[in-house]
Write a protein that binds this ligand. Structure first.
Ligand SMILES: [Zn+2]
Length: 108
């Protein structure tokens, strides 16, 4: 249950964690790193099958939108934590459709 979404989120988390550890200054927001960790734990605790749930991903870098990943500015614009693009999230029916349809593969 929720196997595929966890696989994708763990990949994203490892990538963010690695670069935040290696670089003298964390290139990614450490709060975002924590949000991804929290989301993974939340999915593990819930009985719900998250593999059947819709997912959102950034159109430009292909990064999955973890709730709270997008930082909303004062005008309500959503900013991608990875590439900084604004209001560019697309919805997929589920994680499998994301894997299949996604044009740009995230680099991790
Ligand atoms: Zn992005």
């Amino acid at each position: 249950m929720s196997k595929e979404i966890l696989k994708q989120l763990n990949k994203l988390y490892k990538h963010v964690e690695y670069y935040n550890k290696m670089a003298p200054f964390p290139p990614f927001c450490t709060e975002w790193q924590q949000n991804i960790r929290d989301k993974i734990n939340e999915i593990k605790m819930e009985k719900k099958d998250y593999d059947k749930e819709p997912v959102f991903a950034c159109k430009h870098c292909g990064t999955l939108v973890v709730p709270n990943q997008y930082e909303v500015d004062d005008d309500g614009n959503e900013i991608c934590m990875r590439c900084g693009s604004v209001n560019e999230a697309i919805e997929y029916k589920n994680i499998f459709e994301y894997n299949k349809e996604q044009k740009i593969k995230p680099k991790y």
